[in-house]
Design a protein around this ligand. Structure first.
Ligand code: MG
Length: 312
């Protein structure tokens, strides 16, 4: 009898729990914003929500992704619907509010290839993270042209990276709490002119040329990505496989990056952090395989999408 009562109690408890879970799931589904993009229609930029099947773009009442991120609001659908294939995509954040914060040498295998190229000794256990910044006046849209600047550089290279977008002001954030401050993730190709990067000692110029930052195809909100992100990250040049890693191979992971940066810098909403690139960049091959006009660069991150660009 006692056993039976206990069983009934457990069943009722479980049923209640199941109902609550179902309700939570339903609420999450309704409110969920999975993929957010910036698109152009009739010459105007708009922020859209991508349908789960990635075929339809729902219009929202926001015209600017930075404004949406800074507002802290959930975008409201306007009722307009567009076929994805009919809209022109822009980079999800076409004009970052500030220079992009980048990490150098944040995958061990890339550290090794980079040291070999620069004829430096390879430090397996680097004590300090390498941070640098990248000017992005206008990010290159998915399908848009990366610009070669062959009058000033001859060693054009690509770097597929997971970009983290900060969603709310972050100051003194512990690594364990870092996810709370993230808005979402996208793919960023940290195009690099290796000769400028090396010759000028600081990387700023070689990383910041116009048309050097393809981004997209959209932002995936953080709730759609496991924490910490463990996503396959790959690139191809003209369909030839080049980079093949996983974001769980970061030497300094995202929580630690946000903790370290936010100890000294207040990270504002809309801040973009490019977390470094895995091995397989052009300078990593012997001899190096730099790219040039006409080459197609394909970057892919599991759970986010594909970012493809042509060098012009
Ligand atoms: Mg990079």
């Amino acid at each position: 009898m006692i056993r039976q009562l206990w069983y009934n109690y457990r069943s009722a408890d479980q049923a209640l729990e199941t109902r609550n879970t179902t309700r939570r799931v339903q609420v999450k589904r309704e409110e969920e914003i999975m993929k957010l993009l910036t698109f152009k229609i009739e010459g105007k930029e708009r922020v859209g929500i991508l349908s789960e099947d990635e075929k339809t773009v729902f219009g929202t009442d926001h015209s600017d992704m930075n404004e949406l991120i800074c507002s802290g609001a959930s975008p409201q659908k306007t009722g307009e619907e567009f076929a994805l294939e009919d809209v022109e995509l822009a980079a999800p954040i076409p004009r970052p509010r500030q220079d992009v914060i980048c990490l150098g040498i944040n995958y061990a295998a890339h550290a090794k290839e980079s040291a070999r190229y620069k004829k430096e000794s390879f430090e397996k256990n680097r004590e300090y993270t390498i941070y640098f910044s990248k000017r992005v006046n206008e990010a290159v849209a998915p399908g848009g042209y990366v610009l070669a600047h062959d009058d000033i550089e001859k060693k054009l290279d690509y770097e597929v990276e997971l970009a983290v977008i900060i969603g709310k002001e972050a100051k003194n954030v512990a690594a364990a709490d870092a996810e709370e401050y993230i808005f979402g993730y996208t793919i960023l190709n940290d195009m690099s002119a290796r000769d400028l990067q090396t010759n000028h000692k600081q990387w700023y110029l070689g990383k910041s040329l116009d048309g050097f930052t393809p981004m997209g195809p959209w932002i995936v909100t953080k709730d759609e990505i496991s924490w910490p992100p463990a996503l396959a990250i790959k690139s191809w040049i003209n369909d030839e496989p080049r980079q093949d890693g996983n974001t769980n191979m970061l030497m300094r992971d995202i929580g630690d990056i946000i903790e370290e940066l936010s100890k000294g810098i207040t990270l504002l909403p809309g801040t973009i952090i490019a977390t470094g690139t895995p091995a397989g960049v052009g300078m990593g091959f012997e001899p190096p395989k730099f790219i040039s006009k006409g080459d197609k660069i394909t970057c892919e991150i599991e759970g986010i999408g594909v970012l493809e660009n042509i060098v012009k």
